[in-house]
Design a protein around this ligand. Sequence first.
Ligand SMILES: *[C@@H]1O[C@H](CO)[C@@H](O)[C@H](O)[C@H]1NC(C)=O
Ligand SMILES: *[C@@H]1O[C@H](CO)[C@@H](O)[C@H](O)[C@H]1NC(C)=O
Ligand SMILES: *[C@@H]1O[C@H](CO)[C@@H](O)[C@H](O)[C@H]1NC(C)=O
Ligand SMILES: *[C@@H]1O[C@H](CO)[C@@H](O)[C@H](O)[C@H]1NC(C)=O
Ligand SMILES: *[C@@H]1O[C@H](CO)[C@@H](O)[C@H](O)[C@H]1NC(C)=O
Ligand SMILES: *[C@@H]1O[C@H](CO)[C@@H](O)[C@H](O)[C@H]1NC(C)=O
Ligand SMILES: *[C@@H]1O[C@H](CO)[C@@H](O)[C@H](O)[C@H]1NC(C)=O
Ligand SMILES: *[C@@H]1O[C@H](CO)[C@@H](O)[C@H](O)[C@H]1NC(C)=O
Length: 299
Amino acid sequence: MIFLIYPALMIMILGCLLIESGNLDTDTCTIESKYGGIVIKLCAQREVIGVRGEDVILPCQFNHSNLNILQDLHLLLVKNNWIRENPKQNVVYNSSSNETSEDFKGRIEPEGNPSSGDGTVRIRHLRMADQGRYLCRFEWTKSNGVEDGFTVRKGKETNLQVDVRPNILNISSEFVNSNKTWKLFCEAEAKPEPNITWWNPQGLLLNASQMLVDEIYINKTENIKSRLIITNELLEEKYECLVQNKHGADHDYVYIEQKTQDVSWILGIWTTLLCLVLLILLLSVGFFIYKKKYKNKGD
Ligand SMILES: *[C@@H]1O[C@H](CO)[C@@H](O)[C@H](O)[C@H]1NC(C)=O
Ligand SMILES: *[C@@H]1O[C@H](CO)[C@@H](O)[C@H](O)[C@H]1NC(C)=O
Ligand SMILES: *[C@@H]1O[C@H](CO)[C@@H](O)[C@H](O)[C@H]1NC(C)=O
Ligand SMILES: *[C@@H]1O[C@H](CO)[C@@H](O)[C@H](O)[C@H]1NC(C)=O
Ligand SMILES: *[C@@H]1O[C@H](CO)[C@@H](O)[C@H](O)[C@H]1NC(C)=O
Ligand SMILES: *[C@@H]1O[C@H](CO)[C@@H](O)[C@H](O)[C@H]1NC(C)=O
Ligand SMILES: *[C@@H]1O[C@H](CO)[C@@H](O)[C@H](O)[C@H]1NC(C)=O
Ligand SMILES: *[C@@H]1O[C@H](CO)[C@@H](O)[C@H](O)[C@H]1NC(C)=O
């Protein structure tokens, strides 16, 4: 009889433990209720967008029913994956030692006090390579001296996206002699993909074709080159290239000079020469008349 009661008891105890250790997650929080009425809660922002070269804040808040008796509570910020077998790997910030990994040296600062559960951090001077998934993890020592920890659950991590403000890299013009057209180029980097527009000096929007010149690498910006073809006869003018995305705008000008300038230059020389010849002619005629008059006077 005892052989039957014992396994039944075990099943009952296990069942109680399973019910007690519940998953109470919300959209942004990982919540677990443990045996003994302990509730642990860890909330992080799911999507964060930063701009290259600027600062970004990754919010994360930890709470525990016995928060004030947890010893040596500290934050570990982990990039991409928490590796249980090798806990030092992928840790980019440890608030206990105030240590950052090589890639983030001097760029991660806590915004609050991690030892009281505020795991919000600031990443300074964002780089393209900072893009990725960040896991917020808290570790502490229990009253019995045992180490414990709690990490955001899969799907509740912070996904950091690094965008780029529009920046014109190169603006140039090229004259195609065969069909007497101008090609204007404007190359820019921006993320997400920008709008490139061309404006003439009268403030009119011109049609241009836009193309991606660089593949989209995870760490790279998306470089866009816009080409504007101008066919009509033009005077010397300046054209504006305007690059916009949701993070801002950049603009620059390209100047084009009439290529028929060579002709006018030759024409100019000819007119000056003609004028000179005329002047010499006039002078010699005048001299001739004067000389003749003088001669008459002398007679
Ligand atoms: C932490 O949780 C306790 C209850 O478990 C609650 O009273 C307290 O306000 C929470 N603190 C924060 C900062 O959320
Ligand atoms: C964090 O820093 C503390 C104190 O230096 C150290 O004991 C702990 O092992 C570190 N944790 C990790 C995962 O590096
Ligand atoms: C942690 O390190 C940063 C720079 O790496 C420094 O500015 C800050 O004062 C340090 N904080 C503590 C508490 O040592
Ligand atoms: C992107 O960055 C990661 C680490 O930040 C690096 O391992 C990888 O080689 C980089 N990729 C490129 C194409 O630069
Ligand atoms: C700008 O573009 C022109 C035409 O494509 C090229 O000849 C020139 O080398 C480029 N300049 C720079 C600084 O990239
Ligand atoms: C002018 O010629 C160039 C090549 O020489 C060509 O790419 C361009 O499409 C031509 N433009 C027009 C408007 O015909
Ligand atoms: C620009 O191009 C579009 C389609 O190619 C055309 O419908 C539109 O009329 C053009 N606008 C101008 C100002 O040329
Ligand atoms: C890009 O151009 C489209 C069409 O002209 C416009 O609807 C959109 O608002 C522009 N986006 C930006 C960021 O300027």
